[in-house]
Design a protein around this ligand. Structure first.
Ligand SMILES: NC(=O)c1ccc[n+]([C@@H]2O[C@H](COP(=O)([O-])OP(=O)(O)OC[C@H]3O[C@@H](n4cnc5c(N)ncnc54)[C@H](O)[C@@H]3O)[C@@H](O)[C@H]2O)c1
Length: 261
């Protein structure tokens, strides 16, 4: 109930499935939760459901990061936790190493990687002033496997995982921890990331149809099922809480037993 009591937490991509689940779990554990998202409609739907503060944010904007973190520090006196969760899948059409489009490649690295770097860079001084903090970056199991069906996405998530190691190493002397979470395949409904991947594989003719793609992907998961946003949220609660005070620079795989190096 109070594993995150009074911790001031900013969660990006709070209008999305996993961001919303993390925000709910943090709130249930007593945190002061602020969610942000570029999509105002999704953001206000989440904020209304959860009863938490919300801020419209494009995570690729350096100046918005400065303003938002500055405002949170001014209002609450500190920021304890940042979850860099906002992310995109990118195109599901031209996705293999022969067809990848430069525009899509660059957009993915901008939204999924550069924004995480900006978020980390902006909160570190604030967390130093607070004498500690926890940064959680949402990577993916795709970071550690070949993703010929999502080349740019896999690369972006590998970069997030690597960045988290560097941030963790840099920040350790200041009592600031940084870890990444590597979700496996998470069920987020129609139009969600896995749904788009299944439909994309069918459209490209790699799978007979979206249902077959789902069956094929699910067969790769040792526990035999897709995960839920709640599964990711529980990992985030642990990494945000003082229970993980001795844990930094890890990549927490929440992937149904699909274990990678
Ligand atoms: N769903 C999965 O199976 C899965 C698996 C591994 C990793 N992930 C990662 O988990 C995170 C959340 O995924 P999800 O499934 O909830 O996706 P989602 O699409 O439901 O949520 C992502 C949110 O990020 C927001 N966003 C996109 N671009 C933004 C920007 N420039 N600025 C601010 N917000 C922006 C979107 O509006 C959306 O609300 C992502 O980083 C994703 O890559 C998801």
């Amino acid at each position: 109930m109070d594993r995150l009591a009074k911790k001031v937490c900013l969660i990006t991509g709070g209008g999305g499935a996993i961001g919303r689940a993390i925000a709910k779990a943090f709130k249930d554990e007593g945190a002061v939760v602020i969610i942000s998202d570029i999509n105002e409609q999704l953001l206000s739907a989440s904020a209304d459901t959860l009863g938490c503060e919300s801020i419209v944010q494009d995570v690729t904007s350096e100046s918005q990061w400065e303003c938002i973190v500055g405002d949170i520090e001014k209002k609450y006196g500190r920021i304890d936790v940042l979850v860099n969760n906002a992310g995109i899948l990118g195109s599901t059409d031209n996705v293999n190493p022969e067809t990848t489009q430069v525009e899509d490649f660059r957009r993915l690295q901008l939204v999924n990687v550069e924004s995480v770097m900006l978020g980390c860079r902006t909160v570190i001084p604030a967390m130093k002033r607070a004498k500690g903090g926890s940064i959680i970056n949402i990577s993916s199991i795709a970071a550690a496997i070949a993703t010929p069906f999502e080349v740019s996405y896999g690369l972006s998530k590998a970069a997030v995982r690597h960045l988290s190691w560097s941030v963790g190493a840099h920040c350790a002397p200041f009592g600031i921890r940084c870890n990444s979470i590597m979700p496996g395949q998470i069920e987020t409904g129609d139009g969600g990331m896995m749904d788009s991947i299944f439909k994309g594989a069918a459209r490209r003719g790699e799978q007979a149809d979206a249902d077959t793609a789902r069956t094929t992907f699910t067969a790769l998961i040792p526990l035999g099922m897709l995960g839920t946003p709640y599964d990711i949220a529980m990992g985030a609660v642990y990494l945000a809480s003082d229970e993980s005070r001795y844990v930094s620079s890890i990549s927490l795989q929440i992937s149904g037993g699909w274990s990678v190096l």
